[in-house]
Design a protein around this ligand. Sequence first.
Ligand SMILES: Cc1cc2nc3c(=O)[nH]c(=O)nc-3n(C[C@H](O)[C@H](O)[C@H](O)COP(=O)(O)OP(=O)(O)OC[C@H]3O[C@@H](n4cnc5c(N)ncnc54)[C@H](O)[C@@H]3O)c2cc1C
Length: 332
Amino acid sequence: MVRIAVLGAGVIGLSCALKIKEKYKDSHVVLIAEEFSPNTTGDGSGGLWYPYLCGNTPENLIAKWGAETYDFLYKLLVEGGHEVRAVPMKCLYRIKKDYRRPKWADNVFAFQQMDQNQLHYLSQMYSADYVYGHTLITLIIPPITLMNYLFQRFKNAKGEMVQAKLTSLRDSVLSQFDVVVNCTGMGARELVPDYSVYPIRGQVAKMNAPWIMECIVDEDGGNYIIPNAQACVLGGTHQEHNYNINVDDKDTEFILKGCQKMVHSLGNAKVLGHWAGLRPGRPEIRLEAENIGGKLVVHNYGHGGSGLTLFWGCATDAVAIIDKHLTNKSKL
Ligand SMILES: Cc1cc2nc3c(=O)[nH]c(=O)nc-3n(C[C@H](O)[C@H](O)[C@H](O)COP(=O)(O)OP(=O)(O)OC[C@H]3O[C@@H](n4cnc5c(N)ncnc54)[C@H](O)[C@@H]3O)c2cc1C
């Protein structure tokens, strides 16, 4: 029986553990983490499908991982009962540069670049000066609903869980496993150690505004509005190298004022809560194999602001690496 440890129970680790356990039904898969849902970064996030802040990760990989995850969420939407919403999204930019149609655009519903008339209209509506924008149909899921769903599926597949904090990938706890999958997000900075991992702090306000049925991102202005089925999530900040996970009053003011300036009716919405978390930033997402002391370690971390956009596609590639390794081993 193959023994596989998945480190980290955020959306990346949980989806990997699930995919591995469902593929190798007879294997022993243990999810080891310091924190589980609802205390992971993804739990507090917006739950929006949209590639965001993932460094210089190659476009073709973003498109591939993003498409698989979009399809996965779409299947949940069609199945019903998972609180997934298909929502029109406007993404607007203020700074002039050479904008191209992103590669991932081919895999989502109704992607369109805005023309000058639309930009002019929206600039007036949101009191800003937009030079580029695109629209699409995105998919949004309340992150806790997603985490619960993945967790239940993992438990049904007879996956196991252990709460523990590891200090090294050579920790003796790992000696009983044939393969280790490292999905520790920000934790990878110390655990690997990989000092190219850095925090991109994000703060959001969660509002009760069920009348908002459109997602708006003002990329350069910094504000965004993400209506998921449980809350309308307003943002935001993306402060690099900032480790503060406390709510900051100045950021709260920026978020509420900025979003209300775009959509006035938010002024009448009740605040459900505020939250701040650290996106695991990295110059590039790391999804690759490493041999540590004769053991296969599959790294899958550094997803920045896109963990809920790429998780299912990344899990597929992590499984493919394990599959190749196990096939080669069985040939020996
Ligand atoms: C404000 C905000 C809004 C966001 N909105 C969105 C959004 O709308 N859409 C989107 O796609 N993304 C969004 N993101 C980004 C998204 O939340 C992250 O990309 C994602 O959660 C990263 O998942 P992860 O599993 O890699 O990390 P985490 O969720 O941080 O999980 C890491 C796991 O590893 C464990 N761990 C770490 N170190 C150790 C160790 N040494 N030993 C044992 N366990 C360890 C932790 O306990 C945890 O279980 C947002 C982020 C923020 C902050």
